[in-house]
Design a protein around this ligand. Sequence first.
Ligand SMILES: [Zn+2]
Length: 607
Amino acid sequence: MTDRHILTAVAWPYANGPRHIGHVSGFGVPSDVFSRYHRMAGDKVLMVSGTDEHGTPITVAADAEGVTPREIADRNNRVIVDDLQSLGLSYDLFTRTTTANHRAVSQEIFLGLLKNGYVFPQTTLGAISPSTGRTLPDRYIEGTCPICGYDGARGDQCDNCGNQLDPTDLINPVSRINGETPKFVESEHYFLDLPAFARALGDWLATRTNWRSNVLNFSVNLLEDLKPRSYTRDIDWGVPVPLDGWRDRDDKRIYVWFDAVVGYLSASIEWARRSGDPEAWRQWWQTPDADAYYFMGKDNIVFHAEIWPAQLLGYNGEGDKGGTPGSYGRLNLPTEVVSSEFLTMEGRKFSSSRNVVIYVRDFLSRYDPDALRYFIAVAGPENQDTDFTWAEFLRRNNDELVAGWGNLVNRSVSMAAKNVGAVPTPGELTDADRALLATTSGAFGPIGDLLARNRQKAAATEAMRIVSEANKYLSDQAPWKLKEDPARRDTVLHTALQAIKDCNTLLTPFLPHSSQKVHELLGGTGTWSVAPRIDEVTDLDDGSPYPVITGAYAESQAVWASTPLPPPGTPLAPPTPVFTKLDPSIVDEELRRLEGGEGDGTADGEA
Ligand SMILES: [Zn+2]
């Protein structure tokens, strides 16, 4: 182990519906590949996230079903936990924002900002119903978006363009309850003083030279138009404002986005409390040389490259107004905001309501998780918007995973099993043998560098190029023609199997499920790569039950290096296929599902 601490902070999926493969291609698989690589390299990784459960869309869904927001959150939290675990995402803790711990940490950040003067009260215009005189929460106000012109925008955000709004921004606002025009009266809110961070944010971004250029440019551009932003909203579902006169009000809460990003810290603290060492989180948040990588889709850059760093700077007392750190002490800023672009589906934007979608659980009910993980790694939206097509998914699965990698494993192990029944004994190596082994063992350095820099597409492509080198070696050496020279045949097979072991290690961050299978086919025992599990836990403070994703990943055997095969003579059994070859008819079937509206009927899964 090194002493390097790496926080993998993964965007919090919004709990108003199940997640689709576009979501997990942005925040999910890339963050997991990164974490798995660093764990294999010996770094101390803490990967945290959870479901984001406050805010207007969940209350709207609850209103529509006549249930409480908590019931909507409970249901979708469980669905999302199941999906992410099935995909093999190796969270140290995947929790939720409705825990008492998260509420307390969110309130502490607010109070730290307030103490340093970065959050201030301001009288603004809030909506009331003229007929009843009651406060009209943001979600009950609808109107035309001033930015994109969409006529169903709500008082806190536009679902069409994704921009955050204030009720007074809406053109022709109306009450969704009775259609009347709301009256705007003076209402007190707290604001985050973003202009006070312009210089500190600029200085910080100037040191972020390794970011993807589009993410860095976008973040720098945000600094040109910093305005104070409302930290509290007119809503009854969220983290209460921890101030006398506010704490017990049921119409004022901390804005969902401002509590969701605090989740990275609160989940780290919850993880530490559950680990038995409540202070353990500090190694990832306060050690000067700890690193923190934040993973998300590009629609969330503003909250990770502007709002959250501003909250941290203000809490630390590092904006223009100075100050001192709150009771947690100084907290580290992100090392990198790793943002993906968008995945589209057969040329169209994902849309649950228009059924241009495939949910993670539907996908995994028909296909292997590693097939999806591989597609996202090698053909996902790392640097540009990318289209998912079923034809391309079929081709990647059948030509690359099955015919390329799976077939190399299958024919090598099956020849060794048939001719030797065990790991063969190698004789003296030829130049060709040594060249292949130099290629596979030499790949760890360059591919590791690519993974550390989140160039996952290049890393996966290079790993598959190494696989094709091994395939070429096997074809050239043709051990099946060496019946008369079993010593040479065994040397070739041993060399091929060692190369396969190296390739399997190189592919483990991308293909954790099949890497376990290959490990066993090569005569390995025990757990190569520990899978995430779901634990049913209770809230540490209020006792309510919920599921979390966690795992004993340190028990994995896989390390980022060439490691020797089990000794010659270790029994090998005839292999079963590592991957499933797909029938080309799945393309038409899936396109029919897409056109025919055969989804699962969930119309509100887009956050
Ligand atoms: Zn809009």
